[in-house]
Design a protein around this ligand. Sequence first.
Ligand code: FE2
Ligand code: FE2
Length: 141
Amino acid sequence: MDYFIWDKNYNTNIEKIDEQHEILLSMMNSLHNGLKLSDTHLNKIVANVINDLFDYISYHFKTEEDLMEKSNYPYYEEHKNEHSVFFKKMLEIQKEFSKGKLNIEKELLDFLKDWLIKHILATDKKLGNFLLEKGNNNENE
Ligand SMILES: [Fe+2]
Ligand SMILES: [Fe+2]
């Protein structure tokens, strides 16, 4: 069974955002499954997946921040600030991991999962509702 299961409550109904959230979820599930393997190269594999995940998260944050900027979203600063605080925390975790601290993978995943669920349900959905009201769904630039 997957570690992180999509729930329809997580939908913001903004296609671009929901697609990226689902990709994030599946990357986290791959990382979780990777942790179950016993392999001498496991640390290297996990480090690569963590790097890919972090890259994708910054790309995703940028997508949301661009949508907020373009729509003159009134809670832009608050939302962006949540992203920045989260990103700083992730960098700390990544640093711990590179120092070889044990169980960091599980810590990272649990932290990511909790944060994402809370952030999607409150902050991203609030943005989604605003964009839907403005009629900005599925906009292609
Ligand atoms: Fe967000
Ligand atoms: Fe998001």
